[in-house]
Design a protein around this ligand. Structure first.
Ligand code: COA
Length: 350
């Protein structure tokens, strides 16, 4: 029988430190009114000296394991979507595993803000093919470490955080029902961090204090995002064999409220069916969709069998969309190494 990859656990973590629009008014020439009307953001969470991509990922992962009733020993694979790993050697996934324990396969995946949906797609293939039974997928970024806080066009947008889900094999159509992935590498300079990697620009050599910063052409990214998010979301619904009316919740990448509005209009969805939290977190890159997912779940918005659209865009330029069916139906307790009754109880109650 064809295996599906149900989401059986979820967790999120954000740093404690809050950076409000009023704080930014004191740092650059901007205003709360401008930021709110152009983006929808009121405040964001920003890493403090002790927060790292790893610490946020581990906190989110521990919650996800707990809700799934699993331990790290039960995992077959850990995939971390991030463009801000704490180190390049070793992978963020290995750093996370070092804290969690276990010996699952572990690797990172880079697709910037579209990374979580890319990683979920990748992990789902491992389960569908029967290779693995239980996978931890994390979306985590600490982009504020690369934000130039004298550049008003970028510093207002970003926040930090991590979100995690556990995928488990299911006999029922749960988890990803469709996947749409794409990229346009010709546009990479519209959103990138020059010098953050093995290649460092020659000009950096003369500045010993050289630090790479995120650079963005906001108007180009905006234009790209409105088209890419709308097209990908629409395609994901038709690939899943569903109509717009069948969609219970849109969980979009949280970059700009105007971009989210445009995507919701393309799917003909009222804003009550769209999870928006960028007012509190800003753009947390690969973490934004799993954080929003956890909040929607905690708010009681997701019931067994609900059809959710995930859609994201970001540096690459890359985009990704998927219809995900919520719930744990068809997940076999017998297949687990850890004996836990919660999933079975939840499935029975649905
Ligand atoms: C960045 C963004 C909010 C800018 O909004 P916009 O409506 O496109 O604004 P513009 O870039 O056209 O700039 C309009 C004016 O506001 C100014 N401005 C830019 N940032 C400002 C700020 N923080 N405060 C006040 N004024 C600002 C600009 O300098 C410009 O002034 P000018 O007309 O005198 O040149 C918007 O383009 C955007 O969200 N783009 C997508 C970015 C994104 O999502 N990136 C992450 C992808 S994962």
């Amino acid at each position: 029988m064809m295996q599906h990859a149900a989401i059986t656990g979820w967790g999120m973590a954000v740093p404690e430190r809050v950076l409000t629009n009023a704080d930014l008014e004191r740092m650059v020439d901007t205003s709360d009114e401008w930021i709110l009307s152009r983006t929808g953001i009121r405040e964001r969470r920003v890493v403090g000296p002790r927060d790292t991509t790893t610490s946020l990922s581990v906190a989110a992962a521990r919650q996800a394991l707990e809700t799934a009733g699993l331990t790290a020993d039960d995992l077959d694979l850990i995939v971390v979507a991030t463009c801000t790993p704490d180190q390049f050697l070793v992978s963020e996934a290995c750093l996370v595993q070092g804290e969690l324990g276990g010996n699952a396969a572990a690797f990172d995946l880079g697709a910037a803000c579209a990374g979580f949906v890319y990683a979920l797609s990748t992990a789902t293939q491992f389960i569908r093919s029967g290779v693995y039974q239980r996978v931890l997928v994390i979306g985590a970024d600490t982009l504020t470490r690369f934000v130039d806080y004298s550049d008003r066009s970028t510093c207002i947008l970003f926040g930090d955080g991590a979100g995690a889900v556990i995928l488990e094999a299911s006999d029922e159509p749960r988890g990803m029902l469709s996947t749409v992935l794409g990229a346009d590498g010709a546009g990479y300079k519209h959103l990138y961090i020059p010098g953050w990697g093995a290649f460092v620009p020659e000009s950096a050599g003369i500045f010993p204090e050289y630090r790479p910063y995120l650079q963005m052409n906001g108007r180009e990214v905006f234009r790209f995002a409105v088209t890419a998010m709308g097209d990908a979301a629409v395609e994901s619904v038709s690939k899943a064999g569903l109509e717009f009316d069948d969609i219970d919740m849109l969980i979009p990448h949280q970059a700009n409220l105007r971009i989210i509005d445009a995507a919701a209009r393309r799917l003909n969805l009222p804003m009550e069916k769209v999870w928006v939290n960028l007012d509190r977190y800003g753009n947390t890159s690969a973490a934004s969709i799993p954080i929003a997912l956890v909040e929607a779940q905690l708010a009681g918005k997701l019931s067994e069998g609900a059809n959710i659209v995930f859609v994201a865009f970001g540096g690459g330029l890359a985009w990704a969309a998927s219809v995900v069916r919520w719930g744990v139906a068809g997940v076999s307790r017998l297949a687990r190494k850890t004996d836990d009754t919660r999933v079975v109880a939840a499935a029975a109650a649905s």
